[in-house]
Design a protein around this ligand. Structure first.
Ligand SMILES: C[S@@+](CC[C@H](N)C(=O)[O-])C[C@H]1O[C@@H](n2cnc3c(N)ncnc32)[C@H](O)[C@@H]1O
Length: 267
């Protein structure tokens, strides 16, 4: 199956609601809060600035950007109409924020139009990440900033001991819901090759220990493995129960790595 984030609308309304909520929860997580706060600290916005998020989803990060940059204008571009509809519903009180349906490789913006472009867990989900970076370069003003924050899904794990059976869910999530799990290793050269100068590269660990945050990883993967006939109902239910048991007793260890690249277009 192709990564559903490549075409979210085709994945259906249930998927859109589930991940809109899941991305809101992820954004509220203290580690993610710190990661986003750190990269927003690299922005140098004035009231007249325009900042865009590409691949804004349901706006979890875009709302945060809008609060940080207020009263500067913030636009969230997102190819999924379903996510844009969720994003509009969730951002009613943000006067400086709008969302538009658009692919990150073809933004409805003039050349040299914006002060900053942010992509948060987007490039790992696209077939041609270079086209999104090239488009960011095109729309950035001279001196403009590109910020890319992405997960290194190649390192994602649930393992708490050797051959931990729960880790099957992490591996399956990466296989079914991610396009390039190794994107982080390629980011700096890809961004430099597009003509931007990399100013900052940082990698942070994130450990998830609540059932809600990792539930899509376990609920969706076990459902798919069961529906494909790879595993029986007993094992599917057992993995979900084990995930819940660990969350309850404080032993759940969902490990993720997030990298941030900050790059500038020459003045
Ligand atoms: C994991 S979500 C992240 C959403 C949001 N940035 C956040 O962190 O809450 C990945 C997003 O990338 C979007 N996406 C996929 N292909 C894209 C493309 N070609 N251009 C722009 N966004 C794309 C998806 O529709 C989805 O909203």
């Amino acid at each position: 199956m192709a990564d559903p984030f490549q075409n979210v609308d085709a994945a259906g309304p249930e998927f859109i609601k589930l991940f809109a909520d899941s991305m809101d929860q992820r954004q509220a997580d203290p580690t993610m809060e710190r990661i986003v706060a750190a990269y927003l600290g690299h922005l140098n916005v004035t009231d007249a600035s325009t900042v865009v998020e590409v691949g804004a989803g349901a706006g979890a990060v875009t709302r945060r950007i809008a609060s940080h940059c207020h009263p500067a204008k913030v636009i969230g571009f997102e190819p999924s109409k379903g996510f844009v509809s969720e994003a509009n519903t969730r951002a009613k009180e943000y006067s400086n924020l709008t969302f538009k349906v658009a692919d990150g490789a073809a933004l409805p913006l003039e050349d040299d139009a914006v002060d900053a472009v942010i992509m948060h867990t987007v490039l790992t989900h696209v077939e041609d990440p270079k086209s999104l970076v090239a488009e960011a370069f095109r729309v950035l003003k001279p001196d403009g900033i590109l910020i890319v924050c992405d997960a290194d899904f190649s390192k994602a794990t649930f393992s708490a001991f050797p051959n931990d059976p729960l880790d099957i869910c992490a591996k399956e999530f990466v296989r079914e819901f991610v396009t390039d799990p190794f994107i982080v290793a390629k980011l700096r050269s890809m961004i430099s090759d597009a003509g931007l100068s990399v100013q900052h590269f940082d990698v942070q660990s994130r450990v998830v220990s609540t059932a809600e945050q990792m539930l899509p990883w376990v609920a969706l993967t076990t459902k798919q493995m069961y529906e494909r006939g790879d595993i029986g109902k007993e094992l599917a239910e057992g993995l979900v129960a084990e995930h819940e048991r660990r969350a309850r007793n404080g032993s759940l260890y969902g490990y993720q790595v997030f990298a941030t690249v900050v790059a500038a277009k020459a003045a």
